[in-house]
Design a protein around this ligand. Structure first.
Ligand SMILES: [Zn+2]
Length: 284
């Protein structure tokens, strides 16, 4: 008889990823629900883990390499899943609200796969299975740190203090070092790999989407030019300014230091718009 649970689990995985794209709802929430449903399946039939967990040896065989994807929806225990869902809903949602569900999903999935690949590289030829959303979630953390380094976080276990995203990543890395040295069965390689993937691909995704909107002549938030606190201050002045000469003066000032978010070239004020040396024109 064909084992029904892996098929049902894959159905839940795909639904939880597609639903937020079709109904425009929160992907962090729908993935969280999917994770719990699959965890329930695992409790009903523990063989599900054997079928869908990822081991480095799986990459040698195309037919079983799908596990690098499915493994990120399984969890090894109640604490493991609660911790991951907790971070996904509290922190993931912050990022998703800013960049939208499609880009959030892309970062989540690619980081999960990146984490699996790094795990496989470090443990080449190993047959030990790995499961969990931690690599994908580490990627979300990396994406926030690179896109919004000063985004404050309130961590419950650090109580009452808001810490910026980049500090959180340092704390995260220190935790991974500690895990690696204490030789637990936690796949710290997947966490580091996921984090690095998120840091690498998030800016790339944002650049691609800005480029598409520039090509279509859509209005672009002037904040994409503001990288330093000073530039943010100036950009915030441009946004609500309705007197044309004053607005132009602010744009001139921003253009002195700002760089094109697509190609990195210098920019200038072009009749109330911002234009770079390579001809990217931004309707702000
Ligand atoms: Zn440019």
């Amino acid at each position: 008889m064909v084992d029904v649970w892996p098929i049902l689990a894959v159905g839940v995985i795909i639904s939880s990823l597609i639903y937020p794209l079709v109904r425009i709802s929160s992907a962090s929430l729908s993935i969280s629900i999917g994770l719990f449903v699959i965890f329930l399946f695992e409790m009903i039939d523990s063989r599900l883990i054997n079928e869908l967990a990822f081991s480095p040896l799986d990459l040698r065989d195309i037919g079983s390499s799908y596990t690098i994807f499915t493994s990120m929806f399984l969890h090894g225990g109640f604490g493991h899943i609660v911790f991951n869902v907790f971070i996904l809903v509290l922190i993931g949602n912050l990022l998703e609200e800013r960049i939208g569900s499609p880009k959030f999903l892309a970062i989540y999935i690619i980081s999960g796969i990146g984490g699996g690949l790094v795990y496989a590289l470090v443990n080449l030829g190993d047959n030990v299975g790995v499961i969990g959303a931690s690599g994908a979630i580490s990627g979300i953390l990396g994406a926030i740190a690179i896109l919004y380094p000063n985004q404050p976080f309130m961590l419950l276990f650090l109580s009452f203090r808001n810490i910026p995203a980049w500090v959180m990543v340092l704390i995260f890395l220190a935790m991974q070092m500690f895990i690696a040295l204490s030789q637990t069965n936690i796949a710290w390689e997947a966490h580091i790999g996921g984090l690095a993937t998120g840091i690498l691909i998030a800016p790339l995704l944002m650049r691609i989407s800005i480029e598409e909107r520039v090509d279509r002549g859509e209005k672009i938030d002037v904040m994409v030019f503001a990288k330093t606190p000073k530039e943010r201050e100036i950009a915030a002045q441009i946004k609500p300014e309705s007197i044309r000469d004053v607005r132009n003066a602010w744009i001139d000032q921003l253009a002195e230091t700002a760089k094109c978010p697509i190609c990195g070239q210098k920019v200038r004020n072009y009749r109330g718009r911002i234009k770079c040396r390579n001809g990217h024109k931004f309707n702000i």
